[in-house]
Design a protein around this ligand. Structure first.
Ligand SMILES: C[S@@+](CC[C@H](N)C(=O)[O-])C[C@H]1O[C@@H](n2cnc3c(N)ncnc32)[C@H](O)[C@@H]1O
Length: 213
């Protein structure tokens, strides 16, 4: 890769990390109640895919070992700092959710919040999540998704789609992530569909819940 492209890439990754860190407290306000409800009884070791700057770490119990699968190296210093701040044992992996370097049926809980919108292949990521989960293991997810077909919001998402993709590090506004999770072969899927009341209108439709292997 030419060095000028590398520099732009590094700058973009650093900008994304800075932006994500800047909105962390806001995310705590808008998602905190839901997150607290599912993060209160986690096992001693969890896997988190795309943890970003560590927005979820404040909800984990001190001493938890977090296997953090984060391909943007600019997020890593923030993750280390957050892990120190909340007393977590960080096991950082510079890999992608599409290919988890974890053994099959080795994990009790996998967490992913606002990640399946950005990954290259959400079906492959969810399939990997299911592979590494033990039978009865939980996949805890929170994602913004496509609006209902033929609504004004769906049309807005489709118009903004390309620009959004460029501005926000490959984030897709119009993914049918509910279908990806529902058809992945989990034994049970609990899914709460809700509209986030915020000024970020294009990302207001959300799904949140727990899928059990
Ligand atoms: C919008 S951020 C969400 C960060 C965090 N989960 C949160 O809730 O604040 C999306 C994150 O997914 C990461 N990501 C993008 N593609 C990925 C992939 N293929 N596998 C794992 N993580 C990925 C990005 O680097 C970024 O940290």
């Amino acid at each position: 890769m030419p060095s000028s492209i590398k520099k732009i890439n590094h700058f973009h990754q650093a900008l994304m990390a800075w932006l994500l860190r800047a909105v962390e407290d806001y995310m705590h306000v808008v998602y905190g109640q839901r997150k607290r409800a599912v993060f209160h009884d986690l096992p001693a070791t969890i896997v988190e895919i795309g943890p970003g700057t560590g927005a979820n770490m404040r909800y984990y119990s001190p001493g938890t070992r977090v296997i953090a699968v984060e391909p943007n190296p600019a997020m890593h210093p923030y993750l280390r700092k957050a892990a120190r701040r909340y007393g977590l044992l960080l096991d950082l992996r510079n890999t992608k959710g599409e290919h988890l370097d974890l053994d099959t049926e080795s994990t009790e809980v996998v967490v992913s919040t606002l990640v399946l919108c950005s990954v290259d292949d959400p079906g492959q990521v969810v399939s990997e999540v299911r592979r590494v989960l033990k039978p009865g293991g939980r996949f805890i997810y929170l994602e913004h998704v496509a609006a209902m077909t033929d609504t004004a919001l769906a049309r807005m998402q489709n118009v903004l789609h390309r620009l959004w993709l460029l501005l926000f590090d490959g984030c897709r506004l119009n993914r049918h992530t509910w279908a990806t999770i529902n058809t992945a072969g989990f034994r049970q899927v609990d899914m709460d569909c809700f509209m986030l009341k915020s000024t970020w209108v294009p990302v207001s439709p959300h799904i949140f819940g727990v899928a059990v292997k």
